[in-house]
Design a protein around this ligand. Structure first.
Ligand SMILES: NC(=O)c1ccc[n+]([C@@H]2O[C@H](COP(=O)([O-])OP(=O)(O)OC[C@H]3O[C@@H](n4cnc5c(N)ncnc54)[C@H](O)[C@@H]3O)[C@@H](O)[C@H]2O)c1
Ligand SMILES: O=c1ccn([C@@H]2O[C@H](COP(=O)(O)OP(=O)(O)O[C@H]3O[C@H](CO)[C@H](O)[C@H](O)[C@H]3O)[C@@H](O)[C@H]2O)c(=O)[nH]1
Length: 331
């Protein structure tokens, strides 16, 4: 039985592929390499370069490989880009997911795990936010993902296809064995930016907003280690294989760090006091968003192993150094 990983050449998908191989699973990756990297897919894993919305290609993959489960990561993921190009996001993230589901149902695929996002909550009224909080995404990106959750709910009722939708909070860190990490050249994620500043790869950084209703005035986020996140998918797979029902679960540690706390941690771990400028709020940023994680713990038996900001930062620094050497050598 093979697992199809869409987006397996990207940041989270490449960690998932490693985790699946470590667990002895058979994997095939489908990725168009729009933001992913060929080198991020281990040599022993077949990489099909193509579009996950291409029905003919999907039919061919399902005919050649005994795919019983899909882990669907492939998507466009940049919130401001989604505001500028909503139709591009609804096409890539929503319409193509419909095509994937249609092909999966046609081929008799039994299980799908979907990368959803905390962005489906928008600016939540309560923290930690539970899965039952009202869903008010504020960006086309969040809406494009929420619509897929709704499709999954309907499709799973009508067909023999069970699903787990995992709502990721702020994904960070790198493979503890140093095999992969966040490699997107212009990534805007806080930890990536701070780590680049610490390594002198950028002159400094900005803090977006210091007047939020939080203890130090900067935004609070729940940073989850990418390997703990990948393991949540393994737990979801086990749940579905055991006949478990379809589920939506948050993925986070249930505690938050402020932007200033993250920057302070990067400075401490790296030993570099890089320049930080205080700037205005970034449009669309919720003040605080922290995951309630009771459901994923009780229903999937998930337990975090890397819930430590210093470890996350240290591994992000290690990966960024590796990446700098790789980029310098033109590999
Ligand atoms: N990074 C985060 O903090 C975060 C938070 C919440 C949710 N997510 C979700 O996790 C998933 C993975 O995100 P990531 O951070 O690894 O991003 P990424 O950009 O590194 O990975 C996405 C991968 O999908 C591929 N892809 C995109 N469109 C495709 C298409 N039409 N056909 C085939 N391949 C395609 C890209 O080439 C890339 O390899 C996404 O669905 C994203 O929405 C990420
Ligand atoms: O240079 C920077 C970068 C970020 N921030 C701040 O740091 C916090 C975290 O920002 P990120 O960009 O790292 O993460 P977001 O919380 O905006 O985004 C996360 O949630 C989004 C949905 O809301 C998407 O899912 C996205 O992929 C995921 O990383 C925010 O307050 C942001 O304003 C800064 O102050 N300076």
């Amino acid at each position: 039985m093979t697992i199809l990983v869409t987006g397996g050449a990207g940041y989270i998908g490449s960690h998932m592929t490693l985790e699946l191989l470590d667990a002895g699973e058979k994997v095939v990756v489908l990725d168009d390499l729009s933001t992913g990297f060929r080198w991020a897919v281990p040599e022993e894993v077949p990489l099909i370069v193509g579009d996950f919305g291409d029905a003919a290609l999907l039919r061919d993959i399902f005919a050649r490989h005994d795919v019983q489960s899909i882990i669907h990561f492939a998507a466009k993921i940049v919130v401001p880009e989604s505001v500028a190009d909503p139709l591009g996001y609804y096409s890539n993230n929503t319409a193509k997911a419909r095509a994937l589901l249609e092909a999966a149902v046609e081929a008799g695929v039994k299980r799908i795990i979907f990368s959803s996002t905390a962005a489906v909550y928008g600016d939540p009224e309560h923290n930690p936010v539970t899965e039952d909080e009202s869903l008010k995404p504020v960006s086309p990106y969040g809406r494009s993902k929420l619509m897929v959750e709704w499709m999954l709910e309907d499709v799973s009722r009508a067909h023999d296809l069970a699903y787990v939708a995992l709502r990721y909070f702020n994904v960070a860190g790198a493979d503890p064995k140093g095999r992969s990490g966040q490699s997107t050249p212009k990534a805007t994620h806080l930890i990536k930016v701070a780590v680049q500043a610490a390594l002198g790869l950028r002159p400094g950084m900005q803090v977006f907003g210091t007047d939020y209703p939080t203890p130090d005035g900067t935004c609070l986020r729940d940073y989850i280690h990418v390997t703990d996140l990948a393991r949540a998918h393994l737990d979801a797979l086990r749940h579905l294989r055991g006949g478990g029902e379809s589920l939506v679960c948050n993925c986070g540690y249930a505690h938050g760090f402020s932007v200033l706390e993250v920057i302070e941690t990067v400075k401490r771990v790296s030993g570099v006091d890089f320049p930080v400028e205080f700037a205005g709020r970034r449009p669309g940023d919720p003040a605080a968003i922290v995951a309630a994680n009771d459901r994923i713990r009780s229903r999937l038996g998930w337990t975090p192993r890397h819930d430590d900001l210093e470890t996350i930062v240290r591994q992000a620094l290690d990966w960024e150094r590796k990446l700098a050497v790789r980029n310098e050598s033109g590999a």
